[in-house]
Design a protein around this ligand. Structure first.
Ligand code: GLY
Length: 334
């Protein structure tokens, strides 16, 4: 072989090697959760498992359609969460848990990582999709968080769809309240099978422009009272997004997530300690929260498209999809 032939062979070998070693580039990504807690394979019928997989797949598909077409992460997160809010399976929107007084008081928040814009609503009772109200607060008010009657009024003035309280009624959640009231415990989120569960929903996304967004929506905890508000509408606790760090949405026992500033802490570890996203999430959820007794989990994504789903409970309803990988849904630890 002459020198030219040799050089050609070396070039071809180099090209082949670099093709084999390079991972497909992740250009957009979406991760969702539908709550964490005592989600146990042995205690869920195949039909119930299937219903959750289907609902998660529908939420992923709604967000994926936006991202695949080059749309903003903000729309993808909103669309995915709306699907879960409209499903009676999740503790958000239509399937929300009941307060001590037998009402449904809903919380939601959203944050955009490019400019750190954020919006949240707490204790709303008439807006059909609280995530849209949170988005409206961010986009159409000078504030970050509105609560109670004022938040409902704002949502209605913005032309968002409103419903009567019976829209949020589901027999299963009503029975959960009766069970907690009879048991005499203070607050609880009870699953399908009477086990503890934190059924908040959330989504995080990376879009083609490199922007990160996080959103979270919940009915809170069964038997909550006195206007109790959890972590979901609290920016930095249940939701956080910063383009130079990550986007996080949490689900779990809000009182712990607020004190641990879970979502912000994960992003801060990435930003200031230089930890990779998985390590940061494992530290906060698997170590720090556990040490405090806080149960739940998080989903997260960064600009490289790394997707993390971390929980310290038995299971977490979850799903992910990106430009290099088809949609996947899961609920148990394995
Ligand atoms: N993570 C939902 C709540 O505590 O309200």
């Amino acid at each position: 072989m002459n020198l030219r032939g040799l050089l050609l062979c070396v070039c071809i070998a180099f090209l082949l090697m670099s093709c084999q070693s390079s991972e497909p580039e992740v250009r957009w990504a979406l991760v969702i959760h539908g709550g964490a807690g005592g989600i146990d394979r042995d205690r869920m019928t195949p039909e119930v498992q299937n219903a959750y997989h289907q609902a998660l797949a529908s939420a992923l598909a709604a967000g994926e359609e936006v991202l695949r077409a080059g749309g903003p992460a903000l729309d993808a997160v909103t669309e995915a969460i709306q699907v879960m809010e409209d499903s009676p399976l999740f503790n958000a929107g239509r399937g929300a848990v009941f307060t001590h007084e037998g009402r449904n008081e809903l919380d939601a928040s959203i944050m955009v990582g490019s400019g750190l814009d954020a919006g949240a609503v707490a204790g709303v009772t008439t807006v059909k999709n609280p995530i849209l109200a949170a988005r409206a607060v961010m986009e159409r008010s000078p504030h970050v968080m509105l609560s109670g009657q004022g938040a409902d009024q704002f949502a209605s003035e913005q032309g968002l769809e409103t419903v009567t309280p019976d829209y949020f009624y589901t027999e299963r959640r009503w029975k959960d309240l009766q069970q907690v009231l009879q048991g005499g415990s203070e607050v609880a989120e009870i699953s399908e099978n009477g086990d503890w569960k934190f059924g908040t929903v959330g989504a995080v996304a990376l879009d083609l422009d490199g922007n990160l967004v996080a959103g979270t929506s919940t009915g809170g905890m069964t038997n909550k009272r006195w206007g109790r508000i959890g972590d979901s509408p609290v920016i930095g606790a249940g939701t956080y997004a910063a383009n130079d760090a990550c986007a996080v949405s949490a689900t779990g026992h809000g009182e712990y997530f607020i004190r641990r500033t879970v979502a912000r802490d994960i992003c801060a570890r990435v930003e200031f300690l230089g930890e990779d996203l998985k390590t940061a999430a494992a530290q906060v959820v698997g170590e720090q929260l556990v040490a405090m007794g806080g149960s739940g989990g998080i989903i997260a994504v960064n600009r490289a498209g790394d997707m993390v789903m971390e929980f310290n409970s038995k299971g977490m309803f979850r799903g992910s999809v990106n430009s290099a990988q088809a949609a996947q849904t899961a609920m148990f630890k394995d």
